[in-house]
Design a protein. Structure first.
Length: 137
């Protein structure tokens, strides 16, 4: 399990180190914290992050597990996640249920937009997930 997590972290770091294409994703390239999951505000103890790199690849974590996927954010507001790599750690059933729902919605989304400084992932123009930008150090 530790080896898998180490491989995931190295992969994310490698993706983030590349600078080609950074101009087209500069408005998205950031770390985002999930504020709403399927229209519901999250408990303060449930933290989900979404990191978008210069190529539109994503990585992040839920309350328990880490994940990553290639090429999710697309030019022109498109969003497509086909395969997600994810750690499989155990935890509280409620947290695992929220992570499962989050992963399903992340994969169902078909577009993104920035609305009032928030990143929204949508399916057929309906907001599935809403994120706040995490301020850097």
């Amino acid at each position: 399990m530790r080896l898998l997590l180490a491989v995931l972290l190295v992969t994310v770091a490698a993706c983030q180190s590349s600078s080609s294409g950074s101009a087209r994703w500069s408005h998205l390239q950031s770390t985002w914290a999930l504020g709403e999951l399927a229209g519901n505000a999250l408990p303060a103890t449930n933290t989900f992050t979404l990191e978008i790199d210069a190529q539109g690849n994503i990585a992040g974590h839920g309350p328990i597990n880490r994940y990553l996927a290639r090429g999710a954010a697309q030019e022109g507001g498109g969003w497509r996640v086909e395969t997600v790599s994810q750690t499989r750690m155990s935890g509280a059933p409620a947290d695992l249920d929220r992570e499962l729902l989050y992963m399903r919605l992340l994969q169902r989304a078909d577009s993104w937009r920035i609305e009032q400084g928030r990143l929204e992932l949508l399916e057929r123009k309906r907001v599935l997930l809403r994120f706040e930008r995490v301020e850097g150090p």
